[in-house]
Design a protein around this ligand. Sequence first.
Ligand SMILES: CC(C)(COP(=O)(O)OP(=O)(O)OC[C@H]1O[C@@H](n2cnc3c(N)ncnc32)[C@H](O)[C@@H]1OP(=O)(O)O)[C@@H](O)C(=O)NCCC(=O)NCCS
Length: 186
Amino acid sequence: MRTLNVDFSVFPVLKTERLLFRKLEDADETVFHRMRSEPLIIRYLDRAPDADLEATRMHMHRINTDQGNNMAIFWMLELRNNPGVAIGNIAYWRMEKENFRTEVGYTLLPEYWKKGIMKEALHKTTDYIFNTCGFHSILANINPDNQASASLLTSCGFKREAYHRQNLYYNGKFIDSEIYGLLATD
Ligand SMILES: CC(C)(COP(=O)(O)OP(=O)(O)OC[C@H]1O[C@@H](n2cnc3c(N)ncnc32)[C@H](O)[C@@H]1OP(=O)(O)O)[C@@H](O)C(=O)NCCC(=O)NCCS
């Protein structure tokens, strides 16, 4: 029987040609609040924006708790040629260890869109999730109108696996979802 090697007690700092993947710090609260509340960024996330900095702090606390319990991993992204400036994040959560399965989520500040940055981050972290942690599948759950997210996933090899009709109720409306998946063996 295989087992999962999920241990984030020593935080896994990662690097690619352009990016540094680092731990979420308390000092990120302002930029993280922007990532969780700016209308353009959360347009397709189908949840309410963080009402204030305190709501963002509570979310940061949840991330740190889940990460401390080895149930999620959250990286803040920086450009290596501009250290100290967070530009986005990528995270794996909803870990179903019994099924070797986890869900990915990501956000980039709009001024960095369409430069191949999240593609670089997704490639690096899917490799880590499969080959270092030992997961077998990754899912992404997106709003079908989120063309940027769909293109990113497809361009990283994810396959469209399911379409759920009106499975989400948000803001007085029933909303559709699309599920994309990537296997370690793809
Ligand atoms: C989704 C998001 C992370 C994409 O990040 P990005 O760094 O701009 O994406 P990339 O530049 O790496 O592009 C990856 C691919 O998607 C395509 N793409 C990116 N944005 C696109 C858009 N708006 N429309 C169509 N295709 C797009 C790129 O052309 C590229 O395709 P290619 O590899 O065939 O050349 C970014 O748009 C974002 O943060 N959106 C807001 C938050 C969000 O919606 N998160 C996802 C929730 S499910």
